[in-house]
Design a protein around this ligand. Structure first.
Ligand code: PLP
Length: 477
């Protein structure tokens, strides 16, 4: 493809994307295909000679789109939102065109500098203390590939720090021996990525009980730490969640922070979804105690109109990260190494895309107020949906509706709600996923698309109640 054809095909692609977004309602939200469907529609080997672009695009509609789950569909209420917007798409286009691999400042100065600048912007927007900012503190922010990666990086940093401190006291003890005793903590409602980080980091990860608000409390953590110390284990890491995946509950950050400070543990905050809402001052009370946190992350690619991937992570002290993650071969060194920032030392991969561009485009086109408006509207709509659920005595709501998520169920055994969800998802009219809260099965209704509106709530509730009526009548017959 030469640049002239690229201009033509690029314009066509922009039209295709704009049409896809504006007519998405006409598609079924979930596909009706079986595993392996694509092999019957496409050849099993790559073409020997290049093909015509029109033929390729025909296959997009014929073979690909029938197997797509439309996350941007107004009737998609599963998981959490998958951030998306035209400015973000354009940002990624430009990033792809520049095609730099910004592992060090020298590898592409604008890539490194824009990343640190926008991380400071967002840090200020969500009210992080100045220690977490590049401009004013000993820490700063970085873009990671996912919230899971941020948790893993935090755990690896904490592990390195703890082993280093222990070795000062016991220099002859093998690292492996220390590792076998190390234990981290999170709540039972923490995302599975915390368990996975423990697996990868080869440390035990204890999942602690939550209170009646599905929140991990300081005394529960402190009891667990003391119990483990008595067993000869080495507590070193805590991952607190602000906005759990199961029900968007909030661990008690100020209590956990105090315990970690007293006990000398590293504290990471996973605020993958809810962290976005901190751009609204009325939600900033949820981060009370953040000054005792070592690192904090959230995914702008969930709720800040930025496309995947763009998980932001801030550390209070950059040495926590860089001492754990720095390797420095000659071919990556450069003459500004002493005074410029090399973000390859802040994460796992060497190669890094120019992800700050899409975030910068979004922040500039929406402005803080534009982003606040979307978050507030989702929270308002979640409350509307909650009122509808509470108004129907066949249903109950579990957990507080603080943000854009409502967890509800049919009163009665779990199997009833399980069947209800299956009927709804099979209909292809709505898409939702379940979670389990203290042994009770709930359906999660998440507000996801940018332009979600009252009519979508009415439609969703109609689908839910019709399915429930049919299910309950069938049970009586
Ligand atoms: N943490 C929380 C609280 C989440 O809700 C999620 C995903 O929804 C994750 C972590 C994992 O995010 P990622 O897919 O970016 O690793």
């Amino acid at each position: 493809m030469d640049s002239e054809e690229f201009r033509k095909r690029g314009r066509e692609m922009v039209d295709y994307i704009a049409d896809y977004m504006t007519s998405i309602r006409s598609r079924r939200v979930t596909p009706e295909v079986e595993p392996g469907y694509l092999r019957s529609l496409l050849p099993g080997h790559a073409p020997r000679k290049g093909e015509d672009w029109d033929e390729i695009m025909k296959d997009v509609e014929r073979a690909i789109m029938p197997g797509v789950t439309h996350w941007q569909h107004p009737n998609f209420h599963a998981y959490f939102p998958a951030g998306n917007s035209f400015p973000s798409i354009l940002g990624d286009m430009l990033s792809d065109a520049i095609g730099c691999i910004g592992f060090s400042w020298a590898a592409s100065p604008a890539c490194a500098e824009l990343e640190t600048l926008v991380l400071d912007w967002v840090g200020k927007m969500i009210g992080l203390p100045k220690q977490f900012l590049h401009q004013t503190g000993e820490g700063g922010g970085v873009i990671q590939g996912s919230a899971s990666e941020s948790v893993l990086v935090a755990l690896l940093s904490a592990r390195h720090k703890a082993i280093k401190q222990l070795k000062q006291k016991q220099p002859y003890v093998e690292d492996g021996q220390l590792l076998s005793k190390m234990v981290g903590y999170c709540s039972k409602l923490a995302h599975s990525c915390v368990e996975k980080a423990g697996m990868i980091g080869y440390v035990k990860m204890r999942q602690l009980d939550v209170d009646e608000n599905y929140s991990l409390r300081g005394h529960v953590l402190e009891d667990a730490i003391e119990e483990d110390r008595k067993l000869g284990l080495i507590p070193f890491f805590v991952c607190a969640t602000l906005g759990t995946t199961g029900c968007c509950s909030f661990d008690h950050l100020s209590e956990l922070g105090e315990v970690c400070r007293r006990q000398g543990l590293y504290l990471h905050v996973d605020a993958a979804y809810a962290g976005n809402a901190l751009v609204c001052p009325e939600f900033q009370y949820l981060k009370k105690g953040v000054e005792n946190v070592n690192s904090f992350s959230f995914n702008t690619n969930k709720w800040l109109q930025v496309n995947f991937d763009c998980s932001l992570m801030w550390v209070k002290n950059v040495d926590d990260l860089t001492t754990a993650l720095t390797v420095d071969p000659l071919y990556l060194q450069h003459k500004h190494g002493d005074k410029a920032i090399d973000l390859r030392h802040w994460g796992i991969p060497l190669s890094r895309r120019f992800r700050a561009l899409k975030l910068w485009f979004v922040l500039r086109t929406y402005g803080v107020e534009g982003l606040q408006k979307i978050i507030r509207e989702h929270c308002r709509l979640a409350k509307c949906f909650e009122r509808k659920v509470l108004g129907d005595e066949r249903f109950e709501v579990l957990g507080d509706v603080t943000m854009g998520l409502v967890c509800f169920r049919l009163v009665g055994p779990n199997t009833l709600t399980q069947k209800l969800l299956k009927v709804i998802n099979d209909s292809g009219k709505l898409h939702m996923v379940p979670s389990m809260l203290n042994e009770r099965y709930v359906i999660r209704f998440a507000l996801c698309t940018e332009h979600a509106c009252d009519d979508d709530i009415t439609f969703a509730w109609d689908v839910v109640t019709s399915a429930a009526t049919e299910l309950l009548q069938g049970r009586q017959r």
